[in-house]
Ligand binder design. Structure first.
Ligand SMILES: [Zn+2]
Length: 316
């Protein structure tokens, strides 16, 4: 009997590295997790990754499966060959041939793509993007990430830097952004942007139940809870975030006439608070045909999306 074919999918984050076996039917078995440690340098990091993959390879053999390749999503700008051009959160990886080095260690074909693109491809193959030919993922977390699928292929751009919807300008002279620009969408629609907006309004003397919280305890979840109980300041902040996201999506709809936008990420739990303003901005700003076409849906895969998409890059 031919053994079932699987791939290892890895989601490399700044804090944790998570990995699992994936078949064409989806994830099989548990997600294994190790801390992303750079204390022992790049070679120590590679050894940790190889050990993590070794555990999954043992598991695959015990279950009569054959692992044919490894796919990894990593933060930063990744070349077509899987070299890390620049990774702001993991600078130890800058310039490293991550795909080739891991392939050498494991003796398996290895592909490395940008982590947001991995999430996008996961939703394309297994989640909310299955029925879309062309769509965008918007990942609302600490920042705002993005990935783009055009005609059922990831569009990574000439340098692997495409899809960064979080860094479209929505306020020309707005808050400074880590990317060097001002007024990026990320500064308004991310969890951090929402907290910043609350702090600015409180500092300006606006009243809110959130004023009772210490600034350090203020999270976007607290702001969402306040909004749900009718707090006017919290509602205004989510409306502002929704308007910013809707303006960006209206421009994307006009440029690309996509089938859909898939909203994912930890902070997307509060997306319902933004959606009315997102829809309103798209209705007002996008061409009618493009705005009507753009279906806005929530992601379906949660934390599994990156693992599934990375593995999906190497599964036939
Ligand atoms: Zn930016």
């Amino acid at each position: 009997m031919r053994s079932a074919q699987a791939a290892i999918g890895i989601d490399l984050g700044g804090t944790n590295c998570r990995a699992a076996l994936v078949t064409s039917a989806g994830r099989t078995g548990d997600v294994l997790k190790v801390a992303t440690r750079m204390a022992d340098g790049y070679s120590g990091f590679l050894a940790t990754l190889a050990e993590l993959c070794g555990r999954l390879l043992d598991d695959s053999r015990a279950r009569g499966m054959r692992v044919s390749a490894v796919g990894m999503g990593a933060p930063g700008i990744i070349s077509r060959e899987g070299r890390v051009r620049v990774s702001p959160n993991l600078p130890e990886l800058n310039g490293q041939d991550l795909a080739a080095d891991l392939a050498d260690r494991l003796d398996l074909p290895t592909v490395v793509i940008n982590d947001a693109n991995a999430i996008c491809w996961g939703e394309a193959l297994f989640g909310a993007g299955r029925s879309f030919s062309s769509f965008l993922t918007v990942t609302l977390g600490t920042g705002v990430g993005g990935g783009l699928v055009l005609d059922r292929r990831i569009w990574a751009g000439a340098d692997g830097a495409a899809g960064e919807i979080g860094h479209l300008t929505v306020v020309p002279e707005g808050r400074p952004c880590g990317c060097g620009n001002r007024g990026c969408l990320e500064q308004y629609a991310s969890a951090r942007g929402i907290v910043l907006a609350v702090l600015e309004r409180l500092a300006a003397g606006q009243k809110s139940s959130l004023a009772e919280l210490a600034a350090a305890d203020l999270t976007s979840l607290e702001v969402a809870a306040a909004a749900r109980s009718g707090d006017a300041l919290a509602l205004a902040v989510f409306a502002e975030a929704g308007r910013a996201l809707g303006q960006a999506l209206a421009g994307v709809a006009n440029l690309l006439n996509l089938d859909g936008a898939v909203v994912t990420g930890g902070a997307s739990e509060s997306f319902d608070l933004m959606l009315p303003l997102v829809s309103e901005e798209i209705r007002q700003r996008a061409f009618e045909v493009s705005g009507r076409r753009l279906q806005i849906v929530r992601g379906e895969l949660g934390d599994d999306a990156g693992i599934l998409g990375a593995a999906g890059m190497v599964l036939n």
